[in-house]
Ligand binder design. Structure first.
Ligand code: PLP
Length: 402
């Protein structure tokens, strides 16, 4: 006889069933090899990866892996507590200096994720006399960071329409009496692949005596001639007040995040950011790998050109076949398909062809704008991209899309 589940698990099971009926249930695909342009997927064999943020191909770069092992040997697994209580490793200081240099800021402070960096920043910086104004399409980590800050500190919050400078101006004017006005935007918007209008945002912010924070998670290592991010892309290095970013994408892809800005900000967050004060630091092995990734990027800026060229080739070829990739300059290439079921079906059929590309639908993106989101890497060869394009053509024809 199967025992009756307690009410809370019965409720969860019912909701999970509903997710399945709605076609939004996520299945984990297990990889049995390092992440790379191709990887071994359990039950599938070798698949071409078109859904990872491994933009520079550094997840499995020998220097990055070796540096992680060396840091593990030198520092062990961790300190078994938070940084200010029980010591902080010298490799964290070295990494933080390298990250600040990379993104063109005076100082930086690492955390276990960019999610944590965003949460720690908003709640530490904002008080009840302050306001944060956020782009409508900002990443979930910024949205939740703002919700948390509002709950903790009673700061004011506002949202401006995606990349709409007139609306940003209106929101700033409506909060002209605030002590601190913080405009928070993604550098590259992860679902659309478009770039924030940074010169306009900074100009509007300056007119209203506001400061600007950019989450550059999809831009670090990717945008600008040498991969220093959205500010470098626009020739504005040093002009952004605060940059948050991840180590979990282009910079080695393990995990981790950071906040960069004036030295006083890094110091203030060390004093006041709750995730810093009450949660452990990055494991040294991750710090070691991320540091090697930054050094690798600095020594090989040509990787940035390669990912850009690959993205242009891929986008152009898809458009030539009759698909509708969103136009853009980043390695995020969303192909709009309409309804969620179509995006999921496309993703399943692509996997059957040996290409791992994920479908996204409502509520992650707007109703009717479901898509598969392709992400191109510097590590993809032309053969890899042509393999993926051939699968797109075959599956697209079978679905009557092209
Ligand atoms: N910010 C943006 C814009 C992201 O796209 C992501 C990850 O998808 C994050 C933050 C979260 O990064 P992490 O995995 O370091 O928490």
């Amino acid at each position: 006889m199967t025992p009756t589940p307690p009410p809370f698990t019965a409720r969860l099971q019912a909701e999970l069933e509903q997710f399945r009926r709605d076609g939004v249930y996520k299945r984990l695909n297990y990889l049995d090899s390092p992440q790379g342009p191709r990887a071994h997927m359990e039950g599938r064999g070798e698949v071409l990866i078109l859904s990872s943020n491994n933009y520079l191909g550094l997840c499995n770069a020998p220097e990055v892996v070796e540096a992680g092992k060396r840091a593990l040997d030198r520092f062990g697994a961790g300190t078994a507590s938070v940084r200010f209580i029980c010591g902080t490793f010298t490799i964290h200081r070295e990494l933080e200096q390298a990250l600040a240099r990379l993104v063109g800021c005076e100082a930086s402070l690492t955390s276990v994720s960019c999610w944590n960096a965003n949460e720690g920043l908003c709640a530490a910086l904002l008080g009840d006399q302050d306001v944060v104004i956020s782009d409508q399409l900002n990443h979930a980590s910024i949205i939740d960071a703002i919700r948390l800050a509002k709950a903790i500190t009673k700061c004011r919050t506002a949202v401006y329409k995606h990349s709409d400078m007139a609306d940003l101006e209106t929101q700033l004017a409506a909060h002209r009496d605030a002590r601190l006005k913080l405009v928070f935007t993604d550098g590259v918007f992860s679902m659309e692949g478009d770039i924030a209008r940074l010169p306009d945002i900074v100009a509007v912010a300056r007119r209203h005596d506001a400061i600007v924070a950019v989450d550059d998670s999809h831009a670090t290592g990717v945008l600008g001639p040498t991969g220093r991010g959205t500010a470098e892309h626009f020739g504005m290095l040093g002009e952004v007040d605060i940059i948050t970013s991840t180590l979990g994408k282009a910079l080695g892809g393990a995990a981790g995040g950071f906040t960069a800005g004036p030295a006083a900000l890094a110091d203030y967050l060390t004093q006041r950011s709750r995730p810093q004060l009450f949660s452990n630091a990055l494991p040294p092995t991750v710090a070691g790998s991320a540091l090697a990734a930054v050094q690798h990027l600095e020594a090989h800026p040509e990787l940035v050109g390669r990912v850009r060229d690959n993205a242009t080739y891929f986008r152009d070829q898809l458009a030539g076949m009759g698909f509708k990739p969103l136009p853009g300059e980043t390695p995020i290439v969303p192909v709009i398909l309409g309804e969620t079921a179509k995006a999921i079906e496309m993703s399943d059929l692509m996997l059957a062809e040996g290409v791992f590309v994920t479908g996204f639908g409502y509520p992650v993106v707007a109703q009717g704008h479901a898509r598969v989101r392709c992400q191109v890497s510097a590590a993809h060869t032309r053969e890899d991209l042509d393999f993926a394009l051939a699968a797109f053509k075959k599956v697209g024809r079978s679905l009557g899309l092209v």
